[in-house]
Design a protein around this ligand. Structure first.
Ligand code: DWN
Length: 393
């Protein structure tokens, strides 16, 4: 049974940035309610929009847009080559090739429905299918290639409506001894960090180990190892194989234990989260309004999908945050959906007229604070809402 525990209001598509000429047009919006399934423990969106609405050539997110992610994938690819030694690799959701590029072009295949992103990996010599991930596509690939030793998918399966079909399609192309690596935001971290901004149209599912285990069992697959990552504010990297193939490592049991300790298998954990999120909204709004009343200039740093969610949920506008800056070319000179705040090109450094910078990309704070050390040295300060709204010292 699905129980709704959080209502994030009417939300625009988080990455459907607006051109100047679209500012007066009506935007597509969906009532964003988050639900918990009391049987499978799966957390998902109550309402969704079609994949085509979300992932088309207007989709601006590039996985290569931060040093942190680039470094992480470089490290991971080296580790995979040493330990799993795959002879063939398939990536579901290859974006602009940030992970793919470390593997052999002759034996690596990408899947990326955003055509302009797929074009990049194609240009770099990787065979890329610019289609959505379905059984039909997997069958088509099976005719051309043998099965794959490694299937990798980061921040993608959570974005696809039919989870069972996605997993069936993965299984169809996975070698008997193959490994499927799945990476997605950790529900436990989201709950502990009050990071409600991970719930938006694209994140149809937010996985816990508890839920994923229940889903995979139906497909005769199991998790044998988990790495807890810092990326995207806390993600899990699940190593998955056909059931009974490998010894289940301690990390799996530890994750289950930690999730149960935080009651992720009970509705009460989610109800309490919802109360904290309501307070978080109130406190963030109060903090920004107070600073504004003291004539402080506040901007947003990183026009992430998460920023769209926060600003629409908290009803924050350019009265509080003058504009956003972002390093992604496709986001510049556009406007944040719903609240219509301008997104400017990110200058080398935050300009000296800015007093506070709201961290839209709070998950990259370690990287950002090094880049913006002069801003901090000159008295500028960052603001975040995780785990609670505050000015960072
Ligand atoms: O799952 C998803 C994740 C992986 O990426 C997608 N649904 C969409 C996207 O979510 P997001 O937009 O919240 O992701 P990021 O990576 O947290 O976005 C950070 C934004 O900040 C990017 O637009 C790049 C920008 N940025 C910047 O302007 N200056 C980032 C850094 C590190 C910087 O120095």
């Amino acid at each position: 049974m699905n129980k709704i525990f959080l209502n994030l209001g009417l939300q625009p598509l988080a990455n459907r940035l607006l051109d100047k000429k679209e500012l007066k047009k009506k935007e597509l919006k969906l009532p964003l309610k988050i639900q918990f399934n009391t049987k499978s423990f799966l957390v998902s969106l109550k309402n969704t929009v079609s994949s085509k609405e979300m992932f088309n050539d207007k989709y601006p997110y590039r996985s290569s847009s931060s040093k942190t992610i680039n470094n992480e994938y470089k490290k991971l690819s080296n580790k995979i080559k040493k330990t799993l030694k795959p002879k063939s690799v398939l990536e579901v959701g290859s974006n602009d090739g940030t992970f793919l590029k470390y593997f052999d072009k002759r034996t690596t295949v990408g899947i990326e429905p955003v055509k302009k992103h797929a074009k990049i990996t194609k240009k770099n010599g990787f065979f890329t299918y610019d289609n959505f991930w379905t059984i039909k596509l997997a069958n088509q690939i099976a005719k051309k290639y043998k099965k794959f030793d490694l299937i990798f998918s980061a921040n993608t399966l959570s974005h696809i409506h039919d989870l069972d079909e996605s997993i069936k399609a993965i299984k169809l192309l996975l070698n008997t001894n193959g490994t499927f690596i799945l990476e997605d935001p950790s529900l436990l971290k989201i709950i502990l960090n009050n990071a409600y901004d991970q719930f938006y149209d694209e994140h149809i599912y937010v996985f816990s180990t508890l839920a994923l285990k229940n889903i995979l069992i139906k497909h005769n697959l199991e998790i044998y190892k988990i790495e807890n990552l810092k990326t995207h504010g806390g993600s899990n990297r699940y190593y998955i194989c056909k059931s009974g193939l490998k010894k289940i490592e301690k990390s799996f049991f530890n994750n289950i234990k930690n999730e149960k300790k935080s009651h992720l298998h009970k509705i009460i954990a989610y109800k309490n989260f919802s109360i904290r999120i309501n307070n978080s909204r109130k406190n963030l709004k109060e903090l920004l309004i107070k600073l504004k009343n003291n004539n402080k200039k506040i901007i947003g740093y990183g026009a992430s999908a998460k920023s769209t969610l926060i600003f629409n949920y908290c009803k924050l506008t350019s009265s509080e945050v003058s504009y956003f800056t972002d390093s992604t070319k496709d986001k510049q000179n556009k406007y944040l959906p719903g609240v219509k705040i301008e997104i400017r090109k990110q200058p080398m450094n935050i300009t000296s007229d800015v007093d506070y910078s709201f961290l839209g990309a709070w998950n990259f704070y370690e990287e950002i604070k090094i880049k913006e050390r002069n801003f901090l040295k000159n008295g500028g300060r960052f603001i975040t809402h995780v785990p609670y709204p505050r000015i960072l010292k």
